[in-house]
Design a protein around this ligand. Sequence first.
Ligand code: SF4
Length: 353
Amino acid sequence: MIRFSSAPHLMRGLSPLRAAEGDLASGVGHSVGSLLTAKDIAVRFPMPSHFLQRHKPVLHALRGVDVSIQKGEAFCVVGESGCGKTTLGRVIMGLLAPSTGEIHYDGTRIDGLDEGARRPFRRRMQMIFQNPYASLNPRMTVRQTLAESLRYLGEGMSRTDIDAKIEETMLSVGASADWGKRMPHEFSGGQRQRISIARALITDPEFIVADEPISALDVSIQAQVLNLLTKAREERGLTYFFITHDLSVVEHFGDRVAVMYLGEVVELSPVANIFDAPQHPYTRLLLSAIPRIGGNAFKAERVPGEIPTAINPPKGCAFASRCPLVHDRCRVENPKLKPTPTGTLAACHAVAS
Ligand code: SF4
């Protein structure tokens, strides 16, 4: 398990309780008091089909997702590969258009904006990608990469201003100013991710989508990069949409967490509540799959079964084929998110409301 410091809760700018109050006050899916709101987001991709097929196959990557992110919080999204978490991040960033639904940022609807109208939001909203080897242009020096991002700050920056901004940002991520002359292939994975973070921070954004920013790195440097993201949050008042498959990262980094399964949010909770009293059967299985040291051995259970295909998903609850609590109603009626006694929202017929 990754350890940041002896008091990880002190690194959180917004307490889980406060985040929960914000969520209950605003209601999931409503934009009151939220920096970013995704309303009823669906993403569908038509699949190749035979011309004789009456029902064309459709991949349902997201199915009616509602999330509302408060200013200053670290909102984590967790789930197995293929659950739709990266797709949701790409929709939020405008890299992928939703089939239906709306994205609102700071009171403005931003899905469907043309490039010119989107431009101010590209400065305010930045993304850090999973793979620092692929996300940096191999033919550009570090300085050229950072200078390119600065174009969102507007025309007319002098070379002196650009150089000063690059140097200031590089130093803030623990990079040496002389890295600017070098090419990406000259750096290690951890150094490249620092450069990627500098590229995201150089426009002084408010909101960052971080898509598995440490999963491609050696375990030995994952904590360093997470500490850097935490420091940037504290110094700059950042809001994070943090995508991960690792609940131990959520435990130390997040204020609230959305658990996703087959394109839907199945549990939405303050981080502390989800570790103390997970409500959805899938969340409980995910938690049981975290390696824990018991005596001299790790005890880890895998979530049983395989995630079903997102092509024409089942009518009822998508988790029914793997759920130990499945009953007849689950196979015909897809449960909606509803409040639970522990203050979380869970989509499950077997959870008391
Ligand atoms: S709705 Fe039914 S199948 Fe789905 S998670 Fe709840 S108990 Fe399991």
